[in-house]
Design a protein around this ligand. Structure first.
Ligand code: PAY
Ligand code: ZN
Length: 313
């Protein structure tokens, strides 16, 4: 019931409780949902994706990811609640139609080690839990992807291991980014959304340069989709999520969406969830806002699925 899911949404997940709930979803509807281990973290935790579709079509596919960054707890919950709703309402229109035309893949917790460290030890931990050569910990998974990897050396994309945005020793040095690389290499996604927090932004490539992507059609498509997401999000609880090119926030090389777009031409977005500012709590979003954050992102996520999985007429 609505009440039950509202209750459930009032708590943030641990890696273990997330795994348990994803497993329950897959077990409840094995015909449309399968839990897949796409890789293992440095500390050996499974990196999980729920594949949702009735397997009659198989393609196209879209991918939603969450929590590359340990402290961005809400970025687990939004893709999890998306997966939950798609599975629980798989027989209802319009979801049933989408799941026949294609597949939705959801990987809510890409960085389980970092997330557990944030829950248990250091709330504001960002990176994974790699032990670096200088004794410091952590590579930034959102700087470790292999498109234009490492070309910048700035505070927001650093080659210093102890820095918050350490790019790692080489592209895809980390098992967490390898898992995503291998999944995307196999499955040919038509669209990717990766959830982060905070700032209420809808970011599209590039991050590595202020130049716009050269393909004008692709650029117009992504800008148009981002603007539509903004409108849909605002329509729910009145919150403004601003569309912009990633590099307008700050320069980043080796982020997820530069790689998915740059390598495969996949329309790709980084959605920065609530809140808007540091003063509103920054990474510490009260759990009583989990449900509202999902509610406002639902129509944009659904529109993305509908648009990219629409059966050719
Ligand atoms: O892909 O260029 C991108 C997004 C940039 C994000 C990043 O630094 O990876 C933006 C930050 C994030 O979600 O990690 C924003 C937050 C507020 C931060 O830590 O600066
Ligand atoms: Zn982030």
């Amino acid at each position: 019931s609505t009440f039950a899911s509202a209750e459930a949404a009032e708590q943030y997940h641990s890696a273990a409780s997330l795994e348990e709930e994803l497993r329950q979803l897959a077990e409840a509807k094995p015909d449309i949902a399968q839990l897949i281990e796409i890789g293992r973290s440095i500390e050996g935790r499974p990196i999980l994706a729920l594949r949702i579709g009735d397997r009659r079509g198989g393609v196209p596919k879209v991918l939603f990811m969450g929590c590359h960054h340990a402290r961005e707890w809400i970025a687990v919950e939004v893709p999890f609640l998306l997966a939950k709703e798609l599975v629980e309402r798989a027989d209802e229109a319009p979801i049933a139609g989408w799941l026949t035309s294609g597949e939705v893949w959801v990987a809510p917790l890409v960085n389980p080690d970092g997330h557990e460290h944030s829950r248990a030890q250091e709330r504001l931990w960002r990176k994974n839990r790699r032990r670096n050569d200088d004794g410091s910990f952590g590579v930034d998974p959102n700087r470790n992807y292999g498109y234009m990897w490492g070309i910048l050396d700035v505070p927001t994309s650093s080659h210093v291991p102890s820095d918050e945005t350490y790019v790692g020793p080489r592209a895809f040095s980390e098992p967490e980014t390898q898992a995503v690389r291998d999944l995307i290499g196999c499955e040919r996604f038509a669209g990717v959304i990766t959830y982060h927090s905070y700032s209420q932004l809808i970011l599209y490539p590039w991050g590595y340069t202020e130049k716009p992507i050269p393909d004008v059609q692709h650029r117009e498509q992504m800008v148009g989709m981002a603007q539509e997401m903004q409108t849909l999000i605002k329509g729910v609880h009145g919150k403004t999520y601003v569309p912009q090119q990633s590099s307008e926030l700050y320069p980043t090389a080796g982020d997820t969406t530069d790689w998915t777009y740059g390598t495969y031409g996949i329309p790709s977005f980084t959605v920065e969830l609530r809140p808007r500012t540091f003063e509103e709590g920054g990474f510490i979003l009260p759990p009583d806002q989990i449900l509202a954050t999902w509610e406002e992102n639902r129509p944009a996520a659904f529109r993305f699925v509908e648009q990219l999985l629409a059966a050719p007429v």
